[in-house]
Structure formats: structure tokens, C-alpha cells
Ligand binder design. Structure first.
Ligand code: SAM
Length: 234
């Protein structure tokens, strides 16, 4: 049984894919997809020995050795050029996700789909996709255990397409920050998440008001501008 967040990620894996789950931890995602018969093989990558052990234990417990290949390594270094159609990277920050993709760029030539689930800083992932020619095709905001998670899916294509209806620089900046599709078709989780982000910035402004420093006004202006940008999108 997958968490709501991982179930959303799983739903975006096309049947029959050769999947790599990078930063797999317990390998819940590939194991679930295999048991469901949705995929036939998978690679689970992990950089840390602890989670690597959890992944191996989980795979052995279910007798899936040789079907889920659990590999130790940093990011995409665990996969070979031609063996993977779909890469999932879930449960990390947007900064780490885009770093993993950048460092493993030469492994992406044959990859058809990326499923990315940033816990924070989803805009960095959208920026990466835009710069690297991947077209965002789907995004969602999931709420689970009082936390908000973005789930993004992209394939190679016209990276600009999702942003075409955002005419001004400012609209475009907001679309990258909050999501071009979610902004047009917001759900309850999206509204709650961004209202929370406005509250956070209000608190930052309060503490900045009592602070000292030569760059105080610059900081205040920056936070105010971010806040206005978000509020225009709500
Ligand atoms: N993907 C699972 C999920 O969404 O539930 C696990 C998320 S867990 C919070 C993040 C995992 O990524 C950790 O197990 C960590 O060891 C692994 N990780 C972090 N940086 C990594 C990297 N550069 N390459 C591979 N795995 C990494």
C-alpha cells in the first residue's frame, strides 16, 4: 500500500516501462509497480548505505531479486545509457533533483519520461525542465499528513508550450514559481500551500522589521515582491 504521494507518482509510470527510481529508500515505488504487474523490471538507486539496505531487504522479502536491481551510487550514475525509459526522483528538494538531472545529463538521451516530486523548491525543477528542453505535461499538488507535495511529469518536447499563455515576464515568473497548469486549474491543496507561503513571508517580514543590518530594506523589498507575486496568483 503506497502513500498518497507515491501513489500519484506511480500513476504516472506508463505500463511496461523500464523504470529507474533514484533515491529509492525502501524501494516502495518499484516494488509496488512490479507487484501490480505494471512494470517488469526496475533499477532502484541509492546513495546512502542505510536506505540501500532497506531497499535490498524489501526486495528480498518479496522475492523480487533480479527483478528490482538495487544499486549503490550517486544520482543517475547507477543507470546505463539504454536500459531505462522512465526516471522517478521523489521525496527530495527541487535543488537536489535538478542537480542530479544536470550531473547525469548524458544518461538521459534514451529516457522518455521524467516523474519528479520535489518536496520544496519545485520552481527549480520547472526551470531545469525549461532550460533543458523537457516539456512539462502534468503537475499536481498533493496534501498528505499536513504537508504539501508537488508531482511533475515531463517528456522531451516544446518546453515553452506550458508557458505560452503567460504573456508578461511577471506572469511567466509566477507560472514557473507556482506551476503553469496548477495556476490555471488550482485545487484545494494548491490554495492552502500558497496561502501558507504567504503567511511564512508575513512572519519573515515581522522579524525583519525588528532586525538591524544595512541590507534590511533590500530583504524586505524582496520578500514583499515575492508575496505580491504569489498573491496575484491566488
Ligand atoms: N523516493 C522515496 C520516496 O519518495 O518516498 C524516498 C525519499 S527519501 C526522503 C530521499 C532518498 O534519496 C534518501 O534515501 C537518500 O539517501 C536518497 N538520496 C539523496 N541524494 C541522493 C543521490 N544523489 N543519489 C541517490 N540517492 C540520493
Amino acid at each position: 500500500h503506497l502513500s498518497k504521494r507515491l501513489a500519484e507518482v506511480a500513476s504516472l509510470v506508463p505500463p511496461g516501462s523500464r523504470l529507474a527510481d533514484i533515491g529509492s529508500d525502501h524501494a516502495y515505488l518499484p516494488v509496488h509497480l512490479l507487484i501490480q504487474g505494471k512494470i517488469c523490471t526496475a533499477v532502484a538507486g541509492e546513495i546512502n548505505p542505510g536506505p540501500l539496505e532497506s531497499a535490498k531487504n524489501q526486495v528480498e522479502k518479496l522475492g523480487l531479486q533480479g527483478v528490482v536491481d538495487v544499486r549503490l551510487g550517486d544520482g543517475l550514475e547507477v543507470i546505463h545509457q539504454d536500459e531505462i525509459d522512465v526516471i522517478c526522483i521523489a521525496g527530495m528538494g527541487g535543488s537536489l533533483i535538478s542537480q542530479i538531472l544536470s550531473e547525469g545529463k548524458e544518461k538521459l538521451h534514451k529516457v522518455k519520461r521524467l516523474i519528479l516530486q520535489p518536496n520544496v523548491a519545485g520552481h527549480l525543477v520547472r526551470e531545469w525542465l525549461l532550460n533543458e528542453g523537457w516539456e512539462l505535461l502534468y503537475e499536481n499538488m498533493i496534501k498528505e499528513d499536513q504537508k504539501y507535495y508537488e508531482v511533475l511529469m515531463a517528456e522531451r518536447g516544446n518546453a515553452e508550450a506550458p508557458y505560452q499563455s503567460y504573456a508578461t515576464q511577471r506572469d511567466r515568473k509566477r507560472a514557473v514559481l507556482m506551476g503553469p497548469f496548477l495556476s490555471q486549474d488550482p485545487n484545494e491543496a494548491f490554495r492552502e500551500k500558497w496561502e501558507q507561503e504567504v503567511d511564512k513571508r508575513n512572519k519573515i517580514l515581522e522579524s525583519l522589521a525588528h532586525s538591524e543590518g544595512i541590507d534590511k530594506q533590500d530583504k524586505i523589498d524582496k520578500v514583499k515582491d515575492e508575496m505580491a507575486l504569489i498573491e496575484e496568483g491566488l
